[in-house]
Design a protein around this ligand. Structure first.
Ligand code: SAH
Ligand code: AVI
Length: 325
């Protein structure tokens, strides 16, 4: 399968080049984390979720299995589930089963930027008779062209995996506000988020012994090279994931282990890094419940339910679309 981005129009490529140019021009330089998810990156992310150190996926899956009934009771009569950044759709099944168990056939719309992720979603959902997935390849940070709402019942947008933590506050609020504009009062959003935990446990999750996260991180340079014709050599860089206790987030970096001068191809110019300097490729935040609920409120959703894991490492926040005055 072609990489996610090449098959789209030239206008989209130009927008991506602009975005990358701006991010690489910052101090320190950055690469937006959505570029981690070409076909290989999506496959590597799925492998990360199976590493013993990477606890969020297991924890969230357990939580969704245990709380699916309570979540749906709090959300009202859900007819359609819209999963943003569905990835391999590995955790949504208990919610869909509950809706089926209530005697309704749920509509399931998976939205992801990665073609490979959507192909996995389709494959996984094919084992679920009664649910016909609709797949939408799109950037969920932009305007989403959602299909018409179901004739009855409500819509629930779902953002799992801690993906909200890859955003700064401003981006998270914009994402919720954008979503709110597409929903109606009574619709809801369910957000799975990483909570504060022991920094050693968090750092281990992003430095797995098998080196899968390192491969995932370095692969972003191949994605940029393919898109921009730049000449990053992944071998010049080391994976680094560190806990930033001030901003309460893990940061993934690619650190140059020698002085490098990278021809940026269609991005224009050269990126110079001294030995030991790096590029930031992702932030992954740890929240408190209060913080999450404040973000929901700022984005137009009233906190309507909270479901926390027993170990305190993960939480699911339900927000109800507020009435707009
Ligand atoms: N929800 C899944 C996958 C999390 S990985 C889980 O919990 O396991 C994050 C997913 O979001 C990836 O599949 C990636 O392709 C997708 N993604 C990241 N940024 C995106 C964006 N801006 N728009 C749409 N999808 C995005
Ligand atoms: C998708 N996202 C929530 C993951 C995270 O934990 O921030 C991506 C990831 N990065 C490294 N490992 C996993």
């Amino acid at each position: 399968m072609q990489g996610a981005r090449e098959s789209r129009g030239e206008g989209e490529r130009e927008a991506q080049l602009d975005e990358l140019r701006e991010a690489l021009g910052r101090t320190p330089p950055q690469i937006p984390c959505k570029y981690l998810y070409d076909d290989r990156g999506s496959a590597l992310f799925e492998q990360i979720t199976q590493q013993p150190e990477y606890y969020p996926t297991r924890t969230e899956r357990g939580l969704l299995r245990a709380e699916a009934g309570a979540i749906l009771s709090a959300a009202g009569r859900v007819e359609e589930v819209i999963e943003l950044g569905s990835g391999a759709a590995s955790k949504i099944i208990p919610l869909l089963h509950r809706i089926l168990g209530q005697g309704r056939v749920p509509r399931y719309l998976a939205v992801d930027i990665s073609a490979r992720a959507l192909a996995r979603t389709r494959q996984i959902l094919s084992a679920e008779p009664g649910v016909e997935p609709l797949l939408l390849r799109a950037d969920f940070a932009g305007e989403l062209a959602l299909p018409p709402r179901p004739a009855s019942g409500s819509r629930m947008a779902v953002l799992l995996g801690g993906t909200l933590g890859n955003d700064e506050d401003r981006e998270a609020v914009a994402l919720f506000a954008n979503l709110r504009r597409q929903l109606e009062p009574g619709d809801s959003v369910l957000v799975g988020a990483n909570l504060l935990a022991d920094p050693a446990v968090i750092e281990a999750a992003y430095n797995d012994a098998a080196g899968v996260t390192a491969a995932f991180n370095k692969n972003v340079l191949n994605v940029v090279n393919r898109l921009a014709g730049s000449r990053f050599d992944p071998e010049d860089f080391s994976h680094r994931a560190i806990w930033n206790g001030i901003d309460r987030r893990v940061e993934m970096w690619l650190m140059a282990h020698r002085a490098v001068q990278v021809d940026l191809g269609d991005l224009g110019g050269t990126l110079r890094l001294a030995r030991g300097e790096g590029l930031r490729t992702e932030i992954s935040r740890r929240f408190t419940r209060t913080q999450l609920e404040a973000l929901l409120l700022r984005g137009g959703f009233l906190p309507a339910g909270w479901f926390g894991s027993d170990d305190g490492r993960f939480g699911l926040a339900l927000g109800r679309a507020a009435t707009v005055h």
